[in-house]
Design a protein around this ligand. Structure first.
Ligand SMILES: C=C(O[C@@H]1C=C(C(=O)O)C=C[C@H]1O)C(=O)O
Length: 381
């Protein structure tokens, strides 16, 4: 005879248990929030003391930057994942703690994050995944617009797409870095799941036109050929814009993600219609401050060498000698001189690690242009 038959657990008792656990979680959450507030007070006191010596009058904006510590947040997320014994999945607990930290930090004043808009795009989803939902996310019309908002100090951080697993690099983002003083402060990876969405007025009726960003159309082309042959497809400026059109025009369907679906109150006719099941986009967090080491970091570098035999080899050799893992390398034509190239190199480690300092010094000697774009924690979610 099974255990549950001899001593059936009563539903009411279970619910009382849940209520009592919730009360404890609630108390602990507020205890944690008070602790985070105290950390903020300590940081502010240290900052104010340091300023008395430097006397560089500073704004509210940089006070907010003082409270937010990307490397510490990455460590918290890694720690909860490592300590997790289930039944909740590691990623699930990390997401919950992501939101807890976001809410604690927003007690001071929510951070403002610029992203490539409009609302409902995957870049907004990436911003919320990285910072949690307590930030204020502000849509910008272009990648340059995102850089400008952060450079001017109007926003604390920015989020821009940098590469897609099926479509390759977003070259505009790489080019923007070359002339910008901003630093890479983090990275986010997002599984891109595309859905066919319609408004309630279109649901059940004929679809006359399917709108989406050209990348989303390309990423679901085979599915569309099989399921909607002969229906007009229109490329629009973003998935968010496609969702807005579907919400307003009868007979229009959009291909977009979860966030656009909920923001525009659309219905899902078909889910996960992307042709590549592991379709992923990587985004970068850009900011004005360097990030301290978290222990699990990456560094991005842009460098240009004299155009002569073995130039690229000379740039890469120090990594091999020091046994440092390269995570990506890309080439872009240099804007200043025809047929010269700049290389974007990404590798594991932080610019303050002694081994990395040596590598960077060697590379700088072999290059005509050299710029560390930033060291930042590897994506933890
Ligand atoms: C509490 C701190 O400050 C902020 C809040 C954090 C949190 O809630 O865990 C973590 C890092 C910071 O963004 C801290 O630096 O420890």
């Amino acid at each position: 005879m099974s255990e549950s038959k001899t001593s059936p657990v009563d539903l009411n008792t279970l619910r009382q248990d849940i209520d009592s656990i919730d009360t404890q979680i609630h108390e602990l959450l507020n205890r944690r929030a008070r602790c985070a507030q105290q950390v903020a007070e300590v940081k502010l006191a240290e900052f104010t003391a340091a300023q008395q010596f430097e006397s560089s009058g500073d704004s509210n904006s940089s006070q907010q930057l003082l409270f937010y510590r990307p490397e510490r947040e990455a460590q918290v997320l890694e720690r909860v994942k490592a300590a997790n014994n289930g039944p909740l999945a590691d990623d699930t607990v990390a997401f919950i703690f992501r939101e807890i930290m976001s809410a604690c930090l927003a007690l001071e004043k929510p951070m403002e994050v610029a992203y490539l808009g409009p609302g409902g795009t995957f870049t907004q989803a990436a911003a919320l995944k990285h910072f949690g939902h307590a930030v204020i996310s502000l849509p910008q019309a272009s990648i340059d617009g995102v850089f400008a908002k952060v450079e001017s100090g109007q926003c604390h951080y920015g989020v821009v797409p940098v590469e897609n697993s099926t479509e390759g690099m977003v070259s505009h983002t790489l080019d923007a870095f070359i002339n910008s003083p901003l630093k890479i402060c983090g990275e986010v990876e997002l599984r891109i799941r595309l859905h066919l969405l319609v408004s309630s007025q279109t649901s059940g009726k004929e679809i006359k036109r399917i709108c989406a960003h050209q990348q989303a159309l390309a990423q679901s082309r085979r599915w569309l050929d099989a399921n909607f042959p002969g229906i007009e497809r229109a490329a629009v400026s973003s998935n968010g814009e496609a969702a807005r059109m579907a919400a307003e025009e009868e007979g229009v369907a959009a291909i977009a993600g979860d966030l656009a679906e909920s923001q525009y109150g659309l219905q899902r006719l078909a889910g996960n219609i992307e042709d590549q099941p592991d379709n992923t986009t990587r985004f970068l967090i850009i900011g004005r401050e360097n990030v301290s080491p978290s222990g699990r970091d990456k560094t991005s570098l842009v460098v240009s060498a004299r155009n002569r035999p073995g130039a690229l080899f000379k740039l890469l050799e120090p990594f091999q000698k020091a046994d440092v893992m390269l995570t990506r390398i890309d080439t872009r034509p240099s804007r200043s001189e025809t047929w010269t190239y700049v290389f974007f190199i990404e590798f594991e480690g932080h610019r303050e690690d002694p081994k990395i300092i040596d590598i960077l010094n060697t590379i700088e000697q072999h290059s005509i242009m050299f710029k560390v774009l930033g060291s930042y924690p590897k994506a933890a979610l």
